[in-house]
Ligand binder design. Structure first.
Ligand SMILES: NC(=O)C1=CN([C@@H]2O[C@H](COP(=O)(O)OP(=O)(O)OC[C@H]3O[C@@H](n4cnc5c(N)ncnc54)[C@H](OP(=O)(O)O)[C@@H]3O)[C@@H](O)[C@H]2O)C=CC1
Length: 280
């Protein structure tokens, strides 16, 4: 089956939680690691029309957790990571990779737990080993835009529980292999470089007489609109580039010069190194 992209929110209740938490209880989610991505997901779960789930947060990331608990009625900060597991059957792992082993191996997972791991670079086999006798583990690459329900979460493998949670905060992308999920995860490393490229363009304009604020406003507008047309358009990226390229024109000139300078190759090599780093 080809990759599946579902840009529309999936608000169907395919899943009822079963296990030690009572079957009739509302959906409960636990988050271990209460940082940037957990905050985005919890915000997103409260942004839609669907009834927000009950959420249990780990105590680390105190300020983020406290702020979320103050704003949303069903959000609770637990006294320990284990308390999160004891209260929820769906557990989102939102700690940074270097601490993941220590955090996960100290917890008592049970067969009814479904773990959705946002931790970059830790393979499923490793996670199953650390979290035995956990029921199911799904790796995911949520995006900060989940905060407003506009995420596009890549996840592997297909899983109804993961679909329920991530579908509430945006679209889903389910690659066919774990290796493909890792490539998607690596690609997220290009965001800052992309913005830096825009900074270079605005800075260059400022160096050539455009006041700094106008240069920034202009760059934001042009590339913001380009981003919108990327979302609306079904043409391939190559076709879109062609549409902006008049033969012999100045767009073609810059693209050709950057290609000749090895920019695409440098991007590929940087991504290769990110992928290697993630897999180490
Ligand atoms: N940010 C993003 O856009 C994305 C992030 N990810 C992945 O999600 C994970 C989290 O990223 P992000 O949210 O940005 O990271 P943050 O650093 O913002 O959050 C990590 C959180 O983990 C907490 N933490 C540290 N040690 C423990 C522990 N022993 N027990 C419980 N919690 C602990 C930290 O608490 P404290 O503040 O007290 O140190 C912090 O709140 C990473 O593995 C990253 O690869 C994946 C996709 C996108």
């Amino acid at each position: 089956m080809p990759n599946m992209i579902e840009p529309e929110h999936s608000r169907t209740n395919e899943y009822r939680i079963t296990g030690s938490v009572e079957d009739s209880s509302p959906t409960t989610y636990g988050f271990v690691g209460t940082g940037e991505i957990t905050a985005a997901l919890v915000e997103g779960l409260h942004a839609g029309e669907a009834e927000p789930p009950v959420v249990f947060l780990s105590p680390r990331g105190r300020d983020v957790g406290r702020a979320l608990a103050q704003r949303f009625e069903g959000v609770h900060v637990c006294g320990s990571n284990q308390e999160v597991l004891d209260n929820a059957t769906t557990i989102v792992l939102g700690v940074r990779p270097p601490v993941a082993h220590g955090v996960v191996t100290q917890l008592r997972f049970r067969p009814h737990h479904v773990v959705l791991s946002a931790v970059a670079g830790v393979p499923l086999a490793q996670l199953y080993d650390w979290a035995a006798p956990v029921g199911r583990i799904v790796r995911a690459v949520p995006l900060p835009q989940s905060e407003s329900g506009r995420g596009l979460t890549a996840m592997y493998p297909e899983n109804a529980v993961a679909r329920e949670l991530f579908g509430r905060v945006g679209g889903l992308l389910v690659p066919e292999h774990e290796a493909a999920l890792e490539a998607i995860s690596a690609a997220t490393a290009t965001f800052a470089a992309h913005l830096d490229h825009l900074t270079t363009i605005a800075g260059w304009m400022a160096e050539h007489g455009v006041d700094h604020e106008s240069a920034t406003t202009y760059t934001r507008h042009v590339f913001g609109q380009l981003g919108r047309s990327l979302l609306r358009n079904t043409e391939s990226l190559t076709e879109l580039a062609d549409r902006h390229t008049t033969p012999g024109g100045i767009n073609e000139q810059v693209m050709t010069e950057l290609r000749n300078e090895g920019v695409p190759q440098a991007v590929r090599q940087a991504l290769d190194r990110v992928l290697t780093r993630l897999r180490e």
